[in-house]
Design a protein around this ligand. Structure first.
Ligand code: DAH
Length: 338
């Protein structure tokens, strides 16, 4: 009996030697230790033995059972450790691999240029005012000396909401709204969105403008020239040449457009400046007496100048961008350059 039990132990050892996964080992366990397993046969035989031998053989069977269990547990442990090692090896972490770069957001170039323009004017004492984008015909046109039948309306490609309500085509209506509210002297700049039914390389249906004006006693064209020259120099460099060219706007008289020497050809004449050597940066003029009357200012007592510029246009000239639509496509390769 003892020998047979030892043989059984050896048999288990052999069976385990070839068992390479948990399933096989579980099978070995049932084969030897299960209710109908090989060890159970020995237990059954116990009853046939003489009473005196039973405790001794019983003990032997127990010992064998324990040793088989130990062998099986040992084998299971070996296999699970091997598996763990394999997994660890497969999943090695390459700590030399560079991490993913984190790119923080930043201000849109239009916002950046707008802030720059605002800083220049607020440093000269201008205050900021804002007005609605959905505007009345009265403020957008009528009060700016552009009556219903005025040909200047054609240039504005207006989005009408009703006959009297529209999307403002420029930021000039803020002039009227501000003068209605404040007594002179006033000097205001007003950044914001404007809308026109127009779309090509230099026009988008929505764009940004900054309007400005200074009104008080004895404000003259010299003030206009001084303030706008300072602006052009701070925006485009102290050495950029500036020129004031006669022009027309219904709400100013006289009117002037301000040009800087072409930033591309430096005045030689190129495709960008249409051969003229100059680039227009803004419109301006002395506020028309009719506009003062509209807001209840006395044109005999006060005078002033006004100006308006497109922020996209200033940004395009400053950075040499040839398509305004780039500002609105939000391609990060474009935006990251600012
Ligand atoms: N409102 C004009 C435009 O959108 C720009 C402008 C020109 C504004 C002359 C002014 C000005 O205040 O005096 O084209």
């Amino acid at each position: 009996m003892k020998e047979k039990l030892e043989q059984l132990s050896a048999e288990v050892e052999r069976a385990l030697a070839t068992a390479e996964d948990e399933d096989r080992i579980v099978k070995v366990r049932t084969q030897f230790l299960g209710r109908k397993g090989k060890l159970a046969l020995f237990i059954k035989q116990l009853g046939t033995l003489p009473e005196k031998e039973r405790p001794i053989v019983g003990q032997l069977i127990n010992q064998t059972k324990n040793s088989i269990e130990q062998q099986i547990d040992q084998k299971l442990k070996t296999i699970s450790e091997k598996k763990k090692k394999e997994i660890l090896q497969k999943e090695t972490l390459d700590i030399t691999l560079p991490g993913r770069r984190f790119s923080p957001g930043k201000k849109h170039p239009i916002t950046q240029v707008a802030s720059e323009i605002i800083t220049i004017f607020t440093a000269m004492g201008f205050q900021i005012a804002e007005g609605p984008e959905v505007e009345l015909d009265f403020y957008n046109f009528e009060a700016l000396n552009i009556p219903r039948d005025h040909p200047a309306r054609d240039m504005h490609d207006t989005f009408y909401i009703t006959e009297e309500v529209l999307l403002r085509t420029h930021t000039s209506p803020v002039q009227i709204r501000t003068m209605e509210k404040l007594k002179p002297p006033v000097s205001i700049i007003s950044p914001g969105k404007a809308y026109r039914r127009d779309s090509d390389v230099s026009h988008t249906p929505m764009f940004h403008q900054i309007e400005g004006f200074m009104v008080g006693e004895a404000i003259s064209f010299s003030h206009l020239k001084g303030v706008l020259t300072v602006f052009a120099h701070q925006m485009f460099g102290e050495n950029s040449a500036v020129r004031f060219r006669p022009s027309f706007f219904p709400f100013t008289e006289p009117s002037a457009e301000v040009d800087i020497k072409c930033v591309i050809c430096k005045g030689e004449g190129c495709r960008v400046c249409s051969g003229s050597g100059w680039l227009e940066i803004l419109g301006s003029g002395m506020v028309h007496p009719a506009v003062f009357k509209m807001v209840g200012y006395d044109p005999q007592k006060v005078s002033g100048f006004a100006f308006g510029m497109g922020i996209e246009r200033i940004a395009m000239l400053k950075y040499g961008i040839d398509d305004i639509r780039l500002f609105f496509e939000n391609d990060v390769r474009f935006l990251q350059q600012f």
